[in-house]
Ligand binder design. Structure first.
Ligand SMILES: Cc1cc2nc3c(=O)[nH]c(=O)nc-3n(C[C@H](O)[C@H](O)[C@H](O)COP(=O)(O)OP(=O)(O)OC[C@H]3O[C@@H](n4cnc5c(N)ncnc54)[C@H](O)[C@@H]3O)c2cc1C
Length: 515
């Protein structure tokens, strides 16, 4: 295969670059070793930062967030719930820190309005009674899956190829340039060589592994963050704790649920990322100081992601800048590689613009970046990731004969058909995991216990699965869900887990699996 630019990594950054380049008339191929948003872009808080979180330590990042927040609200409104945000302090929080907050917001040009604690509690009755300060900011909530899927879909409509399950395994170097990339299909084992003029490393936390294949290095720090999903939505606006960054400082509403997090734990390897019991306990204990209900509410799942942070001398997970790193690699003697990593979901568009500027310059393409002015079109690919949309659509069409596959989130056969057709149009046979990532299947209280089997049975019936493929895929799907709820199993949840275990093991013989 041959193209002008090969992008490695299908998170928000990589898909943003694919869209940016194709809008400039540059052809590209994007590969991901797994799927769109299989990395940090699919395991974050979904907070579209106002910038206020960064004013104490990273003014530049704060200003960038503010600017991108405004742009995305205007250009990708369908991916955003404009909830607004609150920064709140409770009795034990530091008065000097609280006093500095509005001053720093003014310094960096971020909108911020102090409101009385009564007004704050009226707005968000879940807030603690011992609140002592509250400020309104411009935070919002973004659906990262919809964002990346729509960026990818727009790039595809302009000619980009998106190859999922394709892992970069090596580069062939010639005269200080990457000549070709070797790629392997994770599912079929098929090997492919891709020739390109320019290569972009947008592989997030894996940036050093990819750079190493070209003989370069990016010193990364792996900071794992875990988050908990509540069964129902507790808050309407984003709620931030007004104190130096710590565990469980942010409660983000996401459609029908709320998400509390996060932690920051240094890890050595990217191989098995999962939340731990210790993290879950810390999140609940700390979060409950700001929102007491977090101590008693039911949680349906925990998940963890790794922040792609570029190491700076002496920095740890929380102190390393959340700003992005853009490396041209000319200093490493490589003329056609760009690495873009670090940063945030909120600033993905800007990161994509900066990386694409370098690539365009090298290709002598003088067309301007259009992502700052062109609206992101909604696509069918990202349509069913929105929490609460499936029940709305299903209930609005009572006459349509459309059986539910996932009862918790009310995902029906018709919605699965749309996802399957989109995946097949990309030339791949859909897996349970891929359908799950593009819908709400497995994300409700049953956590895949029943819907995984229903989905497999439906895909068999449609001829998309054959032989024993379905069982392997159910196992993979359910194991991923177990990782997420095992650390928070306690009290009544134990009964649900018992039920799930007897269902999976007694009926389907899944007990052989270590997990
Ligand atoms: C716990 C947590 C909470 C966060 N919360 C927020 C938030 O609320 N708001 C915010 O703005 N930001 C947040 N972030 C940061 C944000 O999620 C990331 O900065 C952003 O998603 C990074 O996107 P990316 O595309 O650069 O990397 P990733 O999403 O990690 O994408 C990299 C991709 O590269 C692929 N890849 C790796 N190696 C290879 C290879 N050899 N071949 C092919 N493909 C490869 C991976 O499969 C992966 O899909 C959070 C991060 C974490 C971890």
């Amino acid at each position: 295969m041959e193209t002008e630019v090969l992008i490695i990594g299908g998170g928000t950054t990589g898909t943003g670059i694919a869209r940016d380049l194709t809008l400039r008339g540059i052809s590209c191929i994007l590969i991901d070793q797994k799927d769109i948003n299989a990395g940090a872009s699919g395991a974050n808080h979904g907070l579209l930062h106002s910038g206020a979180r960064y004013i104490f330590k990273d003014g530049e990042a704060a200003v960038e967030c503010h600017r991108e927040n405004l742009l995305l609200k205007r250009l990708a409104p369908h991916c955003i719930e404009d909830t607004g945000g609150l920064f709140v302090a409770v009795d034990q929080d530091d008065d000097d820190y609280i006093a500095q907050f509005p001053k720093l917001c003014v310094k960096y040009g971020l909108p911020c309005k102090e409101i009385s604690v009564d007004a704050a509690r009226q707005k968000e009755p879940c807030l603690a009674e011992n609140l002592k300060a509250a400020f309104e900011v411009a935070d919002a909530v973004v659906d990262p899956f919809m964002l990346s899927l729509d960026n990818a879909a727009h790039a595809q409509s302009k000619g980009a190829a998106i190859l999922r399950n394709m892992k970069l395994t090596g580069f062939e170097m010639r005269n200080g340039k990457i000549h070709t990339a070797q790629v392997e299909n994770r599912r079929t084992g098929e090997k492919l060589t891709i020739k390109a003029q320019e290569f972009v490393n947008a592989s997030g936390a894996w940036a050093d592994n990819v750079a190493a294949m070209a003989g370069a290095s990016i010193p990364m720090s792996y900071s794992k963050g875990s988050l908990l999903v509540t069964q129902s939505r507790i808050n309407q606006a984003v709620i931030n704790r007004l104190r130096p960054a710590s565990d469980a400082d942010i409660l983000v509403p996401g459609g029908t649920v709320s998400i509390i997090g996060t932690t920051s734990v240094e890890i050595d390897s990217l191989d098995d990322i999962r939340p731990t019991v210790e993290e879950v306990d810390a999140i609940i204990k700390e979060g409950a100081q700001m929102v007491p209900k977090l101590a008693t509410t039911r949680y349906i799942r925990a998940y963890a992601g790794v922040r792609p942070l570029v190491r700076t001398a002496g920095g740890d997970g929380r102190s390393i800048s959340r700003n992005y790193t853009l490396k041209t690699h000319t200093e490493d003697g490589i003329d056609n590689l760009v690495t873009i990593t670090g940063g945030k979901l909120t600033t993905f568009r800007l990161m994509a613009e900066k990386a694409s500027d370098i690539v365009a310059r090298r290709l002598k393409n003088t067309n301007p970046c259009l992502t700052e002015t062109e609206t992101l079109p909604p696509s069918t690919k990202g349509e069913w990731t929105e929490p609460g949309k499936s029940p709305r659509v299903w209930m609005a069409n009572p006459e349509r004969r459309d059986t539910l596959i996932c009862e918790c989130e009310m995902v029906s056969e018709y919605m699965v058909d749309e996802i399957v057709n989109d995946l097949k149009a990309e030339g791949t046979i859909p897996t349970l995991e891929e359908v799950g990532r593009r819908s709400r299947i497995g994300k409700g209280p049953c956590q895949g216990t029943f819907c995984s089997f229903r989905l497999a049975a439906y895909l068999y019936r449609k001829g998309e699965l054959a032989d024993s493929q379905g069982m392997g895929q159910v196992r993979e799907f359910v194991n991923e869900r177990w990782k997420g709820f095992m650390p928070l199993v306690r009290d009544k949840e134990l009964m649900r887990v018992e039920l799930q275990e007897s269902f999976l093991c007694a009926l389907f013989g899944m007990e052989e699996d270590d997990e």
